[in-house]
Design a protein around this ligand. Sequence first.
Ligand code: NAP
Ligand code: MG
Length: 503
Amino acid sequence: MTKTDKTDAAKAGDRELTFGGVWPYAPSPESTDHVTIAPRHELFLGGQWVKPKTGEYFATIDPATEKPLSEVALAGDKDVDAAVKAAAKAFPAWRKLSGEDRARFLFRIARILLERAREFACLETLDNGKPIKETRDVDIPLAAQHFFYHAGWADKLDLLFPGQRPEPLGVIGQVIPWNFPLLMAAWKIAPALAAGNTVVLKPAETSPLTALRLCEVFQQAGLPPGVVNVITGDGRTGAALVRHPGLAKVAFTGSTEVGKEIQRAVAGRGVELTLELGGKAAHLVFEDAALDQAVEGVVRGIFFNQGHVCCAGSRLLVQESVQELFVDKLRRRMDRIRVGNPMDKNTDMGAIHSQAQLARITEMVGVGVQSGCALYQPRCALPTKGYWFLPTMFTDVTMSHRIAREEIFGPVLSVLTFRTPEEAVEKANNTSYGLSAGIWSDKGARILWLAERMKAGVVWNNTFNRFDAASPFGGFKESGFGREGGRQGLRAYVRLAGGWLPG
Ligand code: NAP
Ligand code: MG
């Protein structure tokens, strides 16, 4: 680690998050930066690297090149059982530690993460396909921020829940998706540990490398063995974890479909559950908004992370009086999005995360075209290897179109219009999801009026896709229940006095 590395990493936490940049650009010297990746990864159980009892491994690839990066252990039922037992063994000592001591570990983890930020950013970009600009400026600093933030609460839980004697729940089973692999791990692990629980985490099959490298950070920080265990595998591994009788709580982030399965699997077992699921966010633009800023917000809202974002602003609702002007501005802005090598720091949009996700996006764009919506894509050459999709916009869309109702989870924007604020609210809420929404308007009173009526867990005003560890995140309706981040997120990891105290 050089001095420059540290300074860059520290700066990354404060940097304004931007999307897009100067144009034209020259290829960056950083684009050749790489990270060392072991050819094989084992399971992290009881503080040690352990071979899976299944004897099986699977490959994780770089979606920008389709090249295998490493092989990763496939955990079966016996491995899941060993992981839960390791977490259960670690629980009594971890919960007995003072909050101050637990905070020390969390602070240490956060600091090491920032010191190793460059390495984590490169690894995430290679395994996931997202641009290095995003892993460097968003994913890794925010992951560290979650450990810092929750470290701050670890010795103040009594103040957070005054007179209610907060107690940890026990062993938490956590299952996360592939779109923000390290960040989702941090969102889950940091509050669980701060509250005195121990954890078994299952990362997504296609992006396991940063969660595994985080285990190195745990070792480096001296975290007691078994406090966090990471088991890799596919949906079967996740299902085995969720079924395990040793869990006190399941925390899941992923699709609504799997979320419903998990809800059925834990029903009647007295296991706590929080679900962070899909979304189909409305992004409202009023005629009085600062339109050029709104264009940036809408672009960031849908093309950030290739649109693989649960809270992506995938439905643009624009006031009829400015629709033509706004769509024209959007087209011109889309022409300037740089799609390509995710390791180049000037890249705005990287690779689609997997072949399966590319197939889903391609299918849904086909559905949009067949149903008569007008397609716009900038002209831009895409690499021949890897999984790629152009930034895409559909106009002439109505709420009856499938592309306006179903989550596509890719860089595809559907544009609809409205005339009055009442109509905007009605259209925005006309969805089975309820995760996020965005409003662009110059009128404060209008924003407040709308925000109160929006059935969404997060409502951004004159901005979009802003995240902060202190701010609760979560959905309504088919977007799930429970909150992550902020005080509300910690509530889901404690039992308050009067309830059963785990032995
Ligand atoms: P997914 O298919 O539901 O998978 C999520 C995780 O669950 C993965 O680790 C997956 O393993 C595992 N899994 C699959 N089947 C399972 C089962 N039957 N029981 C237990 N675990 C199981 O979702 P995804 O495709 O990875 O992620 C995209 C979805 O996540 C989108 O719908 C998106 O909106 C949602 N998401 C929501 C939030 C939020 O905060 N609300 C944040 C990010 C993403 P495999 O990887 O091996 O399949
Ligand atoms: Mg991968």
